[in-house]
Design a protein around this ligand. Structure first.
Ligand SMILES: CC(=O)SCCNC(=O)CCNC(=O)[C@H](O)C(C)(C)COP(=O)(O)OP(=O)(O)OC[C@H]1O[C@@H](n2cnc3c(N)ncnc32)[C@H](O)[C@@H]1OP(=O)(O)O
Length: 166
């Protein structure tokens, strides 16, 4: 599928949030590469800048997943730069009568915009998307320091995380 500059997962029911405040929460767009998307992600994990081609290819791959993959960004209404981002992936399982599970990933708020409730708003929007898709639960991995942030977003601690890095 040829990627366009249309919002990813535009059919996801993930409508733009325009509540008149400083940030506009909406799906990722191709033009967001030049609005600071990579700089935001670099605050989450080592993430060198992407070329336009690399970004376009990955954007197209994710768009092809439709509403099963949603990347939301928060655009600063006064500057047009991105101040936050987060993703949710809907996993299709066999168990629970072919149940669906939402995975929240890569939540980040720019250092200059933290502490104003933007992270919580992003996470709640991602969770709402998973709920509307019919997921029976939403899960995520985080460091122990973020327990209280995710508790504020409605999550409770469950099990432990295991990892194997290559
Ligand atoms: C699944 C994942 O992606 S895990 C990775 C999470 N991302 C990161 O660690 C990247 C670096 N950190 C960040 O980008 C931000 O600090 C975030 C996303 C964790 C939080 O974003 P913010 O916009 O600052 O959070 P927000 O203002 O919505 O905070 C909501 C509540 O959580 C609390 N909170 C926020 N960050 C933290 C924290 N690091 N530790 C403890 N509590 C926190 C706030 O005090 C607030 O509580 P309050 O309502 O009582 O005041």
């Amino acid at each position: 599928m040829e990627p366009t500059n249309a919002p990813a997962a535009a059919d996801a029911g993930a409508g733009v949030e325009a509540d008149g405040d400083a940030y506009r929460i909406r799906p990722l767009e191709l033009a967001d590469l030049s609005r600071g998307f990579c700089e935001l992600l670099a605050q989450l994990s080592p993430s060198p800048p992407l070329t336009e081609d690399a970004f376009r290819v990955r954007f197209g791959e994710l768009a092809a997943l439709g509403a099963d993959h949603l990347v939301l960004v928060a655009e600063d209404a006064s500057t047009g730069r991105l101040s936050g981002a987060g993703s949710v992936l809907v996993e299709r399982k066999f168990i629970r009568r072919c149940g669906l599970v939402g995975h929240v990933e890569d939540v980040v708020v720019d250092a200059s915009a933290r502490g104003r409730g933007l992270g919580e708003r992003l996470v709640r929007r991602l969770v709402e998307h998973a709920r509307e898709r019919g997921c029976y639960k939403v899960i995520l991995n985080c460091t122990p320091e973020l327990r209280s942030f995710y508790a504020k977003c409605g999550f409770e601690e469950k099990n432990i995380q295991m990892g194997l890095y290559f």
